[in-house]
Structures are given as structure tokens and as C-alpha cells.
Ligand binder design. Structure first.
Ligand SMILES: *Cc1c(COP(=O)(O)O)cnc(C)c1O
Length: 396
């Protein structure tokens, strides 16, 4: 059967993201000495450089896990059994983090959110003012919810906590947004940030990251949810490199992350954020075109809160699952499934190792598939995307 699918499959889901060849190549190594030499030296540079990525002077901890493990590390190192956490809903991921906390012995209070917009900082302030006995010990929020594709305003949420003069720790899930969206851990007053390796950090799944500021490190002293494996104490490095990972280091991931951090630092983190914004603007321009005369629309209503890392696209009466299947089977483009419980929709992941030909290829394939399914639009979304990109091609 003739097919246009041959060639490199493009996986445009919101994680795992595309792994750069430079990262892949460095993983192809035999096992080294794990107690001294190159591996240990390389690994120590990760702990040195990771704080720059989150823009903090705090400490970085690395887990051999996915993001869920990093969630658990963040909570168990800073909180006590029976502590209350305030979970700010804006999709599904903050709720998932709260569930991990509930199992660990925390009391979860949820501030309900909606599927099409961000967390409302005023409601956060109200909820914290109502907590007059200060039983809430931490506020949990995602910067980008990968299900709805909303980007929350973390600085505004910090301001709400301060306006209520509330002492709770601010913990932010940056799993979908680290090294995609501007994130200023110290300047924004974030106490704990969490990320995973397989999204903006361009490394295969398997590493989690937790950044802790002074207030979080102080909370660790009295936290009683600590467990032997996740405990920050031995992982702080005082007792040697081996205990930073609580055992054998994830050798291949150490080298992969080194290559990825080199790429990010060579490009410059501000430029990385800028590139994500320019490419995301092109995707949004295409969706704007497709939505005129169609039921295609942005899930996030207010453009201010649309993420630069992932976009959830509603498709009205167009069957999004069929669209995804056609794109994958006919053209080798893998799009993200709908996971927010919002009905007919799909997601485009645009995090990490991406450039204009990749984005335009994704959009062109979606447009072809929409046309094949009978959608019509007065203007091509791909043309709109190209026009959106054009003024930036020569920048920087
Ligand atoms: C991907 C993701 C997670 C889950 O990460 P895993 O590595 O699958 O455990 C959590 N939160 C957000 C915002 C995510 O995008």
C-alpha cells in the first residue's frame, strides 16, 4: 500500500517530547565506575546547574522517577501527618498531586477551578483569609495544566497568599512548563518547584526534580512524613554522591540531562522561553483561522492564559479521535489525547526541541486532516502560522 507515513514519525504529544539527537547520542555508553570519575563529576555539575533553570538560589534534588515521584518527594519532605494542603484546581494535575498527598496522610482542601481558565487569585486570597487558625500548611498549584493547557499566573497567586498574610508554603508543579515558560522561582516567592525530565527538559522519562527554597528546607527539619527513600537529608550530599540518588545513579539519564542542560544554557533560558512563545503564537494563529467558520476553538478562552508548551483544541462536532487516528495512520503525526473530560478535543504538545519546520509540519498535517474530514475555513491556518512566524525569523 502506498502511504505518506514513511519518514520520521513526529510525536507532538505533551510529553514525552522530542529528544534531541545530541541527548540520544550521549546515552549510548557502557557502564562507568559509579563511585568516582566522569560519572560523578558530570552528575555534580547537574546539581550545580539545575537551580539556574528554575531561577533559584535554592537546592535541587533529583529523583529516579517520573513527575509523580517528585510530587511525593516535595510533600513528604516538608509536611506533617494531618497537615492541610490547599489544592488549586485548573484541570486535572493539581488534583492528582493532592491525591498523592492524601495517601501520604495530608488533609486536602480543594479550591474548585474550571476547565477553560486559570486559578482565580482572589479566590485563593479568600480561602486563605478564612483559614484563621492557619491550618493550611501548603498551597499546591500547577503552572501549566497539561490537560486544559491553561497557564496560571504564579506571581499573582503568591501576591494573593501575601495579601492574606498566610504562612503556607507555595508549591508549584512545573512538570509541563519548566524550560518552556518563564518561571522565576525566587523572584516570584515560590518555596518548592517540581519538574520531570521528559517535557521541556528534553530527556527521556525517568527523572524527577524538586527545587527547594529556604522556607522549604527549614520545613524539612520538622516534617514527619519523611521516608527513607525520599528524605532530602542524605540526598543533600553531605554523606557522598551515591546517596544523592539514594543508591546507584541513573547513569544514562545523568549523561542525557547534562547534554540537555548544555543545549538550554548555550541557547540561554530567556531565549528558550522566547522561542516557545513565538512557536506557540504560530500555533494559536492557526487555530484562530480554523475556528472561523468552524467548531474548532481554543479550550482556554482568555488568550492571556494560554500555555506556550501545550494547546488543547476543542473540535465541536468533528471527531477528534478520528482526526488523531487519521493524522497518525496516514501521515505519521502523533497528537495528544483529550484528558480533561471536556469531550471532543485533542492536544498539541509544543515543548522542548522544536523549530518552525516541525511546528509548521504539525499544523499542515492537522489542516490536511481537518480538510479531509470536511472542515472548511476561509483562510489557511498554516498560512496564518507562517505569517505569525515571519517577523521573528531574523530575531536574536
Ligand atoms: C506530565 C505531568 C505530570 C505527570 O508527570 P509524570 O512524569 O507522568 O508522573 C504532572 N503534572 C503536569 C503538569 C504534567 O504535565
Amino acid at each position: 500500500m502506498p502511504s505518506l507515513r514513511h519518514g520520521r514519525q513526529l510525536v507532538a504529544i505533551p510529553g514525552p517530547s522530542v529528544i534531541p539527537d545530541r541527548v540520544l547520542a550521549t546515552m549510548h555508553q557502557a557502564m562507568p565506575n559509579i563511585y568516582e570519575g566522569d560519572l560523578v563529576d558530570t552528575s555534580m555539575t547537574l546539581f550545580r546547574d539545575l537551580p539556574q533553570i528554575a531561577r533559584t538560589g535554592g537546592e535541587a534534588f533529583v529523583t529516579i522517577s517520573n513527575g509523580h515521584g517528585a510530587w511525593e518527594m516535595a510533600l513528604t519532605n516538608t509536611l506533617c501527618r494531618g497537615d492541610r494542603i490547599l489544592v488549586l484546581e485548573s484541570g486535572r494535575f493539581a488534583r492528582g498531586w493532592g491525591n498523592i498527598g492524601a495517601t501520604a496522610g495530608l488533609e486536602v482542601q480543594t479550591l474548585a477551578g474550571d476547565d477553560r481558565g486559570p486559578v482565580d487569585p482572589d479566590s485563593v486570597e479568600t480561602a486563605l483569609r478564612e483559614d484563621s487558625s492557619r491550618t493550611i500548611k501548603a498551597v499546591l498549584v500547577v503552572q501549566v495544566d497539561t490537560a486544559t493547557s491553561v497557564r496560571n499566573d504564579i506571581a499573582a497567586i503568591r501576591a494573593a497568599i501575601d495579601a492574606a498574610s498566610h504562612p503556607a508554603l507555595l508549591m508549584v508543579d512545573c512538570i509541563a512548563s519548566m524550560a518552556c515558560e518563564r518561571f522565576e522561582m525566587d523572584a516570584w516567592g515560590v518555596d518548592v518547584a517540581v519538574a520531570g525530565s521528559q517535557k521541556g527538559l528534553m530527556v527521556p522519562p525517568g527523572l524527577g526534580f524538586v527545587w527547594a527554597g529556604d522556607k522549604a528546607l527549614a520545613a524539612h527539619e520538622t516534617a514527619d512524613l519523611k521516608t527513607g527513600y525520599w528524605d532530602w537529608g542524605p540526598r543533600s550530599g553531605r554523606d557522598g554522591h551515591y546517596l544523592r540518588y539514594c543508591g546507584t545513579p541513573p547513569i544514562q539519564h545523568v549523561f542525557a540531562l547534562r547534554a540537555a542542560l548544555d543545549m538550554l544554557l548555550e541557547e540561554g533560558i530567556e531565549n528558550v522561553w522566547w522561542r516557545h512563545e513565538v512557536l506557540a503564537d504560530a500555533i494559536r494563529a492557526a487555530i484562530d483561522s480554523w475556528s472561523s467558520g468552524n467548531e474548532v476553538e481554543h479550550n482556554i478562552v482568555d488568550a492571556t492564559f494560554r500555555s506556550n508548551a501545550v494547546t488543547t483544541v476543542r473540535t465541536g462536532s468533528i471527531d477528534a479521535n478520528r482526526l488523531r487516528a487519521l493524522a497518525e495512520q496516514q501521515a505519521g503525526l502523533v497528537l495528544g489525547i483529550e484528558i480533561a473530560g471536556i469531550g471532543n478535543a485533542f492536544r498539541i504538545g509544543h515543548m522542548g526541541h522544536l523549530n518552525p519546520p516541525m511546528v509548521l509540519g504539525v499544523l499542515g498535517t492537522i489542516e490536511d486532516t481537518l480538510l479531509q474530514m470536511g472542515a472548511t475555513f476561509p483562510e489557511s491556518g498554516v498560512a496564518a502560522a507562517a505569517r505569525s512566524l515571519a517577523p521573528h525569523l531574523g530575531e536574536r
